[in-house]
Design a protein around this ligand. Structure first.
Ligand SMILES: [Fe+2]
Length: 440
C-alpha cells in the first residue's frame, strides 16, 4: 500500500463512489467573500482501467464540487457526468456520446455546463446532477469544442465546434442570456482538432495544428480518433469575429497548442500567449507526455504575413489562468501550474504554481504546501468591481504521502503568503482537467 501511495501516478486511479458530505474541516480562514461552489472536472472511467495511467480524454467524466459560504466549507460532492442519449438526428454528427468525456466547465447565463472533447455540452445542476444536453436554444450541429471564450465587455459567449466532415469548423455566438445569436461556417481546410482558441476585440485566433481526424483510428474503435501528422504543417488563422468570414493565415512550425492564455492587439500586430508542446496525440490517444509544455508567445505581423514565436518560459507548465473579467490587453497577471515529470513523462499536476507578471516578464514560484501535487487553479474575484487579480486562487491538491485531497485557497496577488485556507476533502480527488467557480 505504501508503495502505491508514494507513486504520484496513483492519483490517476478513478474513484468509485459518488459522495455527498457536509461541514468540512478547514485549516486557516475561508474568506467570507467566497460564496459559491468550486467545481472541477476530470476523467473518471468506470470499470477495469490501469490505475496508474492517464485514463484518456474520452473517458467518462466526473465533477467534484466544494460549496463555500459564510466562511465555512459547507459541503463536498462528486458526480459522474451522465449524458442522456443523443437525439436521432445528431447521431451521425457526433463521434462520441454527448458530454461523454470530461474536458472543461463553464458558467454562463446562470448555468453550469460541462464540455467534452467531441460532442454536445451538458448542463449540470447546483447539486452536480446532469440535467441534459445544451444547445442554447438552437441547433449546435457539431457540438462544441471544450473551451469557450466570453467577451468581457459584451458578456457574449463564443463557441467553436470542430468536426471530421466539412464544414470542419463552426463559430457560434451566444448572448449573455444564453441564446444563440449567430452560427457561421468558418473557412477551415481540414479536420484538425481545435481544443482551445483566443478572442481579441475584433478577431478569433484559431490554431490549425497537425492533429487530424484519423479514419483508421476511428475504425479501430479509438475513442478519440485524432492523430499527430507533423508533415501536414501548422498555421494560425486570424478570423473576423463578426459578419463575412475573412481569414488570414500564418505558418507555424508543427507543434501542439493545448491552451491559450490570451491574445491582444499591439499596434498592427497580434500577440498570443499560450502553452505549447513539441507534439500532441502522437505517442498515444490521450495526448499527454509529448514533450515539455512551455509558455510561448507568438506575435503575428499581418502586414508581413509572418508569425514570430518565442519561448517566454521554458519550464514545464500548463493551465494558464487569469482574471478573465478583463480583456487580455489589460491583463498583467497570469498564473500557471508547474508540471511534474517522471520517467514516463509529464503528469497533469505539479508541486508549485508560477505567477507571471506580463508587464515585467518576472515570474515567481510558489510551492504547494507539504508534498502536495496540484493541477489547474481557478481565479475568483473578490467582488465584481475588484481590481485585476484581487481575489483568490482555488484548486484541488493531492498529497501522495497520505493519499488525501484538499481544496487550497490562496490570495491571488500574494500567493507566496501562507494559504488562506485548506479544506480537507472526504475522499481523494483524482488528477483532472479544468475548474470553474459558480457564484452564489
Ligand atoms: Fe483544456
Amino acid at each position: 500500500m505504501a508503495v502505491v501511495r508514494c507513486n504520484p501516478r496513483a492519483n490517476f486511479a478513478p474513484v468509485t463512489e459518488e459522495r455527498s458530505d457536509f461541514d468540512l474541516r478547514v485549516r486557516g480562514r475561508l474568506p467570507a467573500g467566497l460564496q459559491g461552489q468550486y467545481v472541477r472536472t476530470g476523467a473518471n472511467p468506470e470499470g477495469d482501467v490501469n490505475p496508474t495511467r492517464h485514463p484518456g480524454l474520452a473517458s467518462a467524466g466526473m465533477v467534484h464540487g466544494t460549496l463555500l459560504g459564510g466562511g465555512r466549507a459547507l459541503g463536498y460532492r462528486n458526480r459522474w457526468i451522465r449524458p442522456p442519449s443523443i437525439p436521432k438526428h445528431l447521431e451521425r454528427e457526433l463521434l462520441l456520446p454527448a458530454g461523454g468525456g470530461a474536458a472543461a466547465l463553464f458558467h454562463h447565463a446562470g448555468q453550469l455546463h460541462a464540455t467534452a472533447e467531441l460532442g454536445l455540452p451538458c448542463r449540470l445542476s447546483a447539486n452536480l446532477d446532469t440535467l441534459g444536453l445544451c444547445d442554447f436554444g438552437a441547433p449546435l450541429p457539431a457540438g462544441a469544442a471544450p473551451h469557450v471564450r466570453k467577451d468581457p465587455k459584451t458578456g457574449e459567449l463564443h463557441v467553436l465546434a470542430y468536426h471530421f466532415e466539412a464544414p470542419y469548423l463552426r463559430h457560434h455566438r451566444i448572448d449573455r442570456r444564453g441564446h444563440l445569436l449567430e452560427s457561421r461556417d468558418l473557412e477551415w481546410p481540414r479536420p484538425s482538432m481545435v481544443h482551445d482558441f483566443a478572442l481579441t476585440e475584433s478577431h478569433l485566433v484559431v490554431f490549425d495544428l497537425p492533429v487530424l481526424f484519423s479514419e483508421d483510428a476511428m475504425l479501430d474503435g479509438q475513442p478519440l480518433p485524432y492523430r499527430w501528422h507533423p508533415d501536414a504543417g501548422a498555421r494560425i488563422g486570424l478570423l473576423s469575429r463578426h459578419g463575412p468570414v475573412d481569414t488570414q493565415w500564418f505558418d507555424l512550425d508543427p507543434c501542439w497548442v493545448s491552451h491559450l492564455a490570451g491574445a491582444r492587439r499591439e499596434d498592427t500586430r497580434i500577440v498570443i500567449d499560450m502553452i505549447t508542446a513539441p507534439a500532441g496525440f502522437h505517442r498515444d490517444c490521450w495526448g499527454e507526455d509529448e514533450g515539455v509544455c512551455q509558455l510561448m508567445r507568438c506575435t503575428l505581423d499581418p502586414r508581413r504575413g509572418v508569425a514570430l514565436p518565442e519561448v517566454l518560459d521554458a519550464d514545464a507548465q500548463e493551465y494558464p489562468v487569469r482574471d478573465s473579467r478583463l480583456p487580455y490587453a489589460d491583463s498583467r497577471w497570469l498564473w500557471t501550474t508547474a508540471l511534474e515529470t517522471d520517467a514516463d513523462g509529464q503528469l497533469p499536476a505539479g508541486r508549485c504554481l508560477y505567477r507571471h507578471d506580463l508587464d515585467t516578464g518576472e515570474r515567481i514560484e510558489v510551492a504547494f504546501p507539504d508534498t502536495c501535487l496540484g493541477g489547474e487553479l481557478t481565479f475568483v474575484p473578490a467582488d465584481a468591481r475588484a481590481a485585476e487579480g484581487k481575489g483568490w486562487l482555488l484548486g484541488y491538491l493531492w498529497n501522495p504521502e497520505d493519499d488525501t485531497s484538499e481544496l487550497l485557497v490562496l490570495d491571488a496577488l500574494a500567493p507566496a503568503a501562507p494559504p488562506l485556507a485548506r479544506v480537507q476533502l472526504p475522499q481523494r480527488v483524482p488528477f483532472g482537467t479544468h475548474g470553474c467557480w459558480v457564484p452564489g
